[in-house]
Write a protein that binds this ligand. Structure first.
Ligand code: ATP
Ligand code: MG
Length: 239
């Protein structure tokens, strides 16, 4: 079966400084795959390059077998890649409904069913539909950012550190919603520093170090790896 998303020898530079040194990665339909790594490893760069927000220096990005690395960012959304950016980036002066509608800007017609679907996943967003995005709690803003990306009906959802800055109970809620989104048929590529929880949720994982993938495999195998435990899952890990 053709993977839904495939990176082959992807190299990205900022000026002459390499950020990704030729990484290869596969996401199969229906999976949750997590991409782990310390600050500055290249996780955000990977997602932004998939989304067409950065250009690769070399290598390829295939979506359902089709090269997409030359597409403009809005066309990448159009083919079925949703991106929930690091730091959420919701529109603070727009209310919840308006934020969600922005996620559907490429579509015409009735959004009612889509909004209902989002409000089923995130009841709190339905309750607060008229509240400005900027006045939502951190967890609610994260839900809004995920909901906004879901409005474009992505085949694959790229999530950049959805747990960042959130209390443990809220993180648990967000992770369980991610699992629900996958169960509803959306494939997930999840970037996290919260490695233990991400690996408990994911099917497989990749570990990035300095722009290189240094380990990949079933999530349970990475969770059990001594070296990875010391580097990312120990008490001293960055959070
Ligand atoms: N716009 C940019 N210009 C120059 N260098 C950049 C730019 N964006 C990122 N970098 C550099 O590329 C490397 C990878 O950054 P990236 O943001 O992808 O890391 P990350 O794994 O997402 O880190 P974090 O966990 O802190 O979010 C870092 O060394 C960073 O300083
Ligand atoms: Mg990042």
């Amino acid at each position: 079966m053709t993977p839904v998303l495939e990176l082959v020898d992807l190299e990205v530079r900022y000026g002459s400084v390499p950020a990704l040194r030729g990484i290869s990665l596969v996401v199969e339909r229906g999976e949750i795959v997590t991409l782990l790594g310390a600050n500055g490893a290249g996780k955000t760069t990977t997602l932004r390059t998939i989304s067409g927000l950065h250009r690769a220096h070399s290598g390829s990005i295939r979506f359902n077998g089709r090269p997409i690395q030359a597409l403009a960012a809005h066309d990448v959304v159009g083919v079925g890649v949703g991106h929930v950016p690091e730091g959420r980036r919701i529109f603070p002066r727009m209310n919840v409904l308006e934020n969600l509608e922005m996620g559907a800007y490429r579509r015409r017609g009735e959004l009612k069913d889509d909004l209902e679907r989002i409000f089923r996943l995130f009841p709190v967003l339905g309750e607060r539909r008229r509240q400005d995005g900027g006045t939502l709690s951190g967890g609610e803003q994260q839900m809004l950012a995920i909901g906004r990306a879901m409005m474009s009906h992505p085949d694959v959802l790229l999530l950049d550190e959805p747990s960042m800055g959130l209390a443990p109970l809220v993180v648990k809620a967000i992770f369980s919603i991610i699992d629900q989104i996958r169960a509803d048929g959306t494939t997930i590529l999840l970037v996290e520093q919260n490695a233990t929880q991400a690996l408990q949720l994911a099917d497989r994982g990749y570990v990035l170090e300095n722009g290189d993938i240094v380990m990949s495999g079933p999530a349970s195998q990475i969770l059990g790896d001594q070296r990875i435990r010391a580097a990312y899952l120990g008490e001293g890990a960055a959070s």
